[in-house]
Write a protein that binds this ligand. Structure first.
Ligand SMILES: Nc1nc2c(ncn2[C@@H]2O[C@H](COP(=O)(O)OP(=O)(O)OP(=O)(O)O)[C@@H](O)[C@H]2O)c(=O)[nH]1
Ligand SMILES: [Mg+2]
Length: 381
């Protein structure tokens, strides 16, 4: 798509996103309590590439030089204060039936199991391994979310992609049904590191691990309906994973535009941003960026906190009410910080040994002050 960009950037703090403050070190120290996402699949299916491209900004072409993984690589994803988790990248040849292998420990703390299948290869062997892996994991921990990435689809035609997904879905679920495991649900995604599909798929995997998702979605819905916004994403800026979006359907092009906007903003900010050392006040609550497309559409980015950014798509004429949008955004940001506050309190409660409160908070209902005075066009938060 041909685009004319007019960029207004005042995001001098975005460079800060790449550095972690002292409080994040504490998070790292308590990393064992973080949910795990396991990356499993046959050798050369693309596991390490996915992890490097999504979380370490490796360019897809560089993955050609990645060496085969020969031990479990644990990666702590602490770049987002909202979603704290570890990614464990497994060697393709791992054998779960090896007696030295403690599947209780491994799957016990697992939030999601991502099984990667190379769609450019013959996938029958991968399907066998998928079945063996998920049944084993399900027996240990039935709460795991099972995600299947039908990967490397960049080499496939559109028809071939659909057909491959249908075939893999059918075979995998039939095999589970034959084994009497109807309760084990698999989700399927078509992915490639050469486009945004891998970021989108990972966003959905991560969202399932965010207990506050319904609250965030609700806040975004209120924000967009009261501000004339078409679509809004709450992004984890470093990974370009979206933590939440409003409940209107996501179209891939909008998501790509918003991802590209984050890249543009970070690049420009890295070049022109202020760089005084040790200046913590560089965290600028007024930071924003506007990109005008040549089809009367505006992309509007506002920083929510040092990890999250709100990126909205709206029509140019609706942007005339920028004051209103900004007011609603402040209310939205306030609500998000209250969600964080609850989360932090919950964490400190669980740190002293209490597990009892997590149920109340897991449905998102523990967010305080959602019921303030209503102003017709403003977000009620
Ligand atoms: N065409 C294409 N190639 C990919 C994609 N993802 C990964 N690859 C390539 O697949 C090859 C293997 O990738 P790895 O990430 O090392 O695979 P792995 O699953 O970690 O392999 P092991 O560590 O041996 O288990 C590399 O040459 C990557 O460049 C993709 O989306 N499309
Ligand atoms: Mg690997």
């Amino acid at each position: 798509m041909k685009r004319t960009l007019e960029v207004t950037v005042s995001l001098d703090h975005f460079r800060k996103i790449f550095g972690y403050g002292p409080e994040d070190q504490d998070e790292l120290a308590s990393s064992d309590s973080k949910p795990r996402i396991l990356l499993l699949g046959l050798r050369r299916s693309g596991k390490s590439s996915i992890q490097k491209v999504v979380f370490h900004k490796m360019s897809p072409n560089e993955t050609l030089f990645l060496e085969s993984t020969n031990k479990i690589v644990k990666d702590d994803i602490s770049n987002s204060s909202f979603v704290q988790f570890q990614i464990w990248d497994f060697p393709g040849q791992i054998d779960f039936f090896d007696p030295a292998f403690d599947s209780e420990v491994l799957f016990g703390h697992c939030g999601a199991l991502v099984f990667v299948i190379d769609a450019q290869d013959d996938y029958m062997e991968a399907l066998g391994k998928l079945h063996m892996t998920v049944t084993r994991a399900y027996k240990v921990n039935p709460n795991i979310k099972f995600e299947v990435f039908i990967h490397k689809v960049d080499g496939l035609s559109d028809d071939h992609k659909i057909e491959t997904q249908r075939d893999i879905h059918q075979r995998a679920t039939d095999e589970l049904a034959d084994a009497g495991l109807e309760g084990l649900h698999l989700s399927f995604y078509l992915t490639s590191i050469y486009d945004h599909s891998i970021f989108e798929a990972f966003s959905k995997v991560v969202q399932k691990l965010v207990p506050q998702l319904p609250t965030l979605e609700n806040l975004l819905n209120i924000l967009i309906t009261n501000s004339g916004i078409e679509k809004a994403f709450l992004f984890d800026v470093v990974s370009k994973i979206y933590v939440a979006t409003d409940s209107s359907p996501v179209d891939m092009q909008s998501y790509e535009l918003c991802c590209d906007m984050i890249d543009v903003v970070i690049d420009i900010s890295c070049i022109y941003g202020l760089r005084e050392e040790g200046d913590s006040s560089a965290y600028d609550m007024e930071s924003s960026s506007i990109i005008k497309l040549n089809n009367s559409t505006i992309l509007y980015l506002r920083e929510v906190n040092k990890f999250l950014a709100l990126v909205c798509i709206l029509r140019e004429d609706n942007f005339e009410k920028k004051g209103l949008i900004d007011y609603n955004f402040y209310c939205f940001r306030q609500a998000i910080s209250e969600v964080f506050e609850v989360k932090r309190q919950m964490r400190s409660v669980s740190d002293v040994g209490s597990q009892a409160t997590s149920a109340a908070y897991s449905n998102g209902s523990a967010v305080p002050a959602l019921d303030r005075e209503r102003n017709d066009n403003a977000v009620v938060v």
